[in-house]
Design a protein around this ligand. Structure first.
Ligand code: ZN
Length: 81
């Protein structure tokens, strides 16, 4: 199974499962690809930054795109929290 290895490591769209590209709205808005191409100057952002998936137009936070966070949320849902 394909996984992101660089800038977008551990991230996936929670709605359609796309691995890239995502649009992160940090101090400046950039299209980020996993290999770090395009206009990316650095690979750091905050979990609270707004993030969207152009493929399915899902809008959320960077945190929502983190696979570990998605798993935790599913686990919590099963427990009924
Ligand atoms: Zn998506």
């Amino acid at each position: 199974m394909k996984r992101n290895r660089n800038c977008l490591k551990g991230m996936r769209c929670p709605q359609c499962g796309a691995l890239e590209p995502f649009e992160v709205y940090g101090p400046c808005s950039v299209i980020v690809r996993d290999d770090g191409t395009e206009t990316v100057q650095y690979c750091e952002w905050n979990d609270d930054y707004a993030c969207s998936c152009p493929a399915c137009e899902f809008n959320g936070l960077v945190q929502d795109f983190k696979i570990a966070y998605q798993k935790n949320r599913r686990r919590a849902a099963k427990r009924g929290n």
